[in-house]
Design a protein around this ligand. Structure first.
Ligand code: CMX
Length: 137
């Protein structure tokens, strides 16, 4: 059981097209991948950054977790979560549960790129929302 790398860093944005233009200008390329993740009620744009990615997150429904995040910030974009890649997500979740860490997802769900993912509550991680994502075999 081990952490492999930072899979991506996600920024919530109130206007996806404007944010894509901004980051394309900043990075000089991309995004390489845009996907709607129905289960999470978001549309996500990914910019490859070497071993990791930058994800721009836009809510697709008023009850999306990202809508709530943006509302709480009065519509301003901001760092939403950090995603860590793990080799065995089930073993990681069991281990965190044993340690009393507050999990948002007790079992993995399917996220962007069809990967198995699960979120850990920011109340257990010093105020940072952490996503675990299983490495694709
Ligand atoms: N980062 C850090 N803290 C956050 C946060 C975030 N992204 N979102 C909420 N919080 C904090 C709030 O500021 C609040 O803190 P205080 O109590 O200190 O004021 C606290 O968490 C609120 O917690 P809550 O009442 O339990 O829950 P909310 O209704 O605000 O929902 C959360 C928060 C994290 C449980 C919810 O957003 C969630 O389930 N997230 C996981 C799923 C997700 O974010 N999906 C979108 C991305 C999907 C993708 O990348 O594909």
């Amino acid at each position: 059981m081990s952490f492999k790398k930072v899979d991506h860093v996600a920024i919530a944005v109130p206007d996806l097209d404007a944010a894509i233009t901004l980051y394309r200008n900043l990075l000089g390329k991309g995004p390489e991948h845009i996907e709607e993740v129905a289960d999470q009620k978001v549309r996500a744009a990914f910019f490859g950054m070497g071993e990791t990615n930058l994800e721009l997150l836009f809510p697709t429904a008023p009850d999306s977790p990202v809508s709530k995040f943006l509302e709480d910030r009065k519509g301003r974009s901001g760092l939403h979560h950090i995603c860590l890649q793990v080799s065995n997500i089930d073993a990681h979740l069991e281990n965190l549960k044993k340690q009393g860490v507050q999990l948002i997802d007790q079992k993995p769900r399917i996220g962007a790129h069809g990967k198995r993912i699960a979120f850990v509550h920011p109340k257990s991680t010093g105020g940072v929302l952490i996503e675990l994502s299983e490495e694709k075999k």
